[in-house]
Design a binder for this molecule. Structure first.
Ligand SMILES: *Cc1c(COP(=O)(O)O)cnc(C)c1O
Length: 358
């Protein structure tokens, strides 16, 4: 029996992805070879590479003038690549959580120029998204993290800013339609909403790419390398890209991203409603900024002693991954696309049952 998998990442994937990838591990495209054995220069793999990029473009409605590439090193390497390629004078960051802070830290580390923290919600343990900030008009770029995976807040709107907008969408890409034209660069590690770890999706505006810094950039850290070679400069993580392609197909076959957003709204609403109703629990994030993907909650002070017991209780019901990140405590339920509605219903039922017992 599969678990109710609330893990934050790596996380639940569609069974379709698991089944088709398992088949390709044994025999990929009737080649008599595994997806792990075949050449990345073969025509069979080339078809996967093309289909992956094509499906990303189709599902996210990527306009002309953008490139879609697959890289390695995780979202964390993007934190460094962005300043290396694009920080000339001034880099601006919105500090909404740990990942946002880590991305900003890389820009500070390399000292290519000034780093501006435009606003931060650190004063309240990242429980809200700062509003009413001003992005310096002369910034090379403005970096945001759309979903605050650890603290559970989310920027659900495509921001309008007057400088190139860069977004880390690792934990909410494909969860709702976005207007790609508002972004200069979007990136996401695959292991939350797309596939296994090992591949990072990058969508980049070709004009923005022309603003690349005039400094020596290591070949592998240069976006142009990956774009000019269509993600095939060096050996790609073929199996991770294959599996991601399966998830993209699954998304397409299930009505695409608009349909997925409806499900995500209803799944997260169901859980937040129970958190707000149940006398044992309370949410940790300002209501208007609550994430649909990463639902963080704790026990009310008078019931705090039962937190460990509740975790055990849910474990007994086949649920995993509900322990909150150590910097928040309590609980976190990651409700990624592939998490079935039934898993959310099971969690809500467990919260109700636990309430009755206490
Ligand atoms: C998980 C996560 C990361 C880190 O991703 P890696 O691929 O492990 O480097 C970065 N940003 C966000 C928003 C994340 O959720």
């Amino acid at each position: 029996m599969r678990k109710h998998n609330f893990n934050a990442g790596p996380s639940v994937l569609p069974e379709f992805t698991l089944e088709t990838t398992a088949k390709a591990v044994m025999d990929f495209a009737n080649s008599g070879m595994s997806i792990m054995e075949i050449s990345h220069r073969s025509k069979e793999y080339d078809a996967v590479n093309n289909e992956a990029a094509q499906l990303v473009k189709e599902l996210l409605n990527v306009p002309a003038g953008y490139s879609v590439v697959f890289m390695q090193g995780g979202a964390s390497l993007q934190f460094a690549m962005i300043p290396f390629n694009f920080h000339v004078k001034k880099a601006a960051y919105l500090i909404t959580g740990s990942w946002a802070s880590k991305s900003c830290k890389e820009a500070e580390l390399m000292q290519f120029g000034e780093v501006v923290k435009v606003a931060s919600s650190k004063d309240k343990n990242f429980t809200y998204i700062p509003k009413n900030f001003t992005v310096p008009a002369d910034a090379d770029y403005f970096h945001i993290t759309t979903n605050n995976t650890i603290y559970g807040s989310e920027i659900l709107k495509d921001l309008d800013v007057n400088v190139p907008l860069i977004a880390d969408m690792s934990s909410d890409i494909f969860s709702r339609p976005i207007d790609v034209s508002k972004y200069a660069l979007i990136y996401a590690g695959a292991q939350k909403n797309l596939g296994p770890a090992g591949v990072t999706l990058v969508i980049i505006n070709d004009e923005f790419l022309n603003k690349i810094a005039q400094r020596p950039i290591p070949t592998m850290l240069n976006y142009k390398t990956h774009i000019e070679n269509a993600s095939l400069y060096n050996t790609p993580p073929c199996i991770a890209i294959f599996a991601s392609t399966q998830t993209l197909k699954w998304l397409k076959n299930n009505g695409g991203i608009a349909a997925m957003e409806k499900v995500n709204i209803s799944k997260s609403q169901m859980l937040y409603d129970e958190i707000d109703r149940n006398k044992l629990f309370k949410g940790t994030v300002e209501k208007e900024d609550r994430s649909r993907m990463s639902v963080c909650f704790v026990m009310n002070d008078e019931y705090k002693e039962f937190e460990a017991e509740f975790l055990e209780f849910t474990k007994g019901k086949g649920m995993v991954g509900l322990k909150g990140h150590r910097s928040v405590g309590g609980f976190r339920a990651s409700l990624y696309n592939a998490l079935p509605v039934d898993s959310v219903k099971a969690l809500v039922a467990a919260m109700q049952e636990f309430e009755k017992q206490h």
